[in-house]
Ligand binder design. Structure first.
Ligand code: GTP
Ligand code: MG
Length: 197
């Protein structure tokens, strides 16, 4: 897919104020700092479309971007950020889970996982929750440029193995880097494939 257009639409804290659910939608989610916003910029080829930061907790809202005037890409706040209060974590839970459950045009959630780490409970639990809710998702391993390909592949394999306890069929996975653009074409292709069906 060629990205001809990528524009910011809106930032929201309320599900009721989201853009009309009239186009297929794809959301990026994962731990704070895993690289969601950076990957959105990398796959769209727009350096500053989504705001990124070295400090976790940068994205706080549901951010909609419109791509090629035909589909929405959504940048979500990260989970698992230790420095937020219990109250705001509970709010995140309520707000994001409500969005994921009820957004009728949501085609697929991309769960971003740091490829440098062994499987983390918080990511596994989140995938299980998506499974229980029947929300389609794919796995995107990030920051592949930060270590050897062998190490990344090992961590991907470990994560898939860990998910086998809960899932009969493990969703597809992609190994990516926002730095080198590794895997960006594959993520776009996956979106294209869903859009065509
Ligand atoms: P929150 O919005 O806080 O949840 O974070 P996020 O998941 O959107 O992460 P963000 O894209 O802001 O990136 C966090 C940090 O990781 C930034 O300093 C990025 O430059 C860096 N980063 C993201 N992706 C990559 C990558 O593929 N390779 C490298 N080397 N650094 C990356
Ligand atoms: Mg972000």
């Amino acid at each position: 897919m060629i990205i001809k257009q990528a524009e910011f639409v809106s930032s929201n804290t309320e599900v009721s104020k989201l853009p009309l659910a009239d186009k297929p939608e794809y959301a990026f989610i994962g731990r704070s700092n895993v690289g969601k916003s950076s990957l959105i910029n990398a796959i769209t080829g727009r350096k500053y479309l989504a705001k990124t930061s070295q400090k976790p907790g940068k994205t706080q809202l549901i951010n909609h971007f419109i791509i090629n005037n035909t589909w929405y890409l959504v940048d979500l706040p990260g989970y698992g950020f230790a420095q937020v209060s219990k109250k705001s974590r509970a709010e995140w839970e309520k707000f994001i889970r409500a969005y994921l459950r009820h957004r009728e045009n949501l085609q697929c959630v991309f769960v971003l996982i740091d490829s440098r780490h062994e499987p983390q409970k918080i990511d596994l639990d989140f995938c299980c929750w998506l499974g229980e809710e029947g929300i389609p998702f794919m796995l995107v391993f990030t920051k592949a440029d930060k270590q050897s390909g062998v190490k990344s592949d090992q961590n991907v394999a470990k994560f898939r193995r860990a998910l086998k306890k809960w899932f009969e069929e493990i969703p597809p996975n992609f190994l990516t880097s926002a730095e080198t653009k590794l895997g960006c074409d594959k993520v776009l292709q996956a979106i294209d494939d869903v859009n065509q069906n």
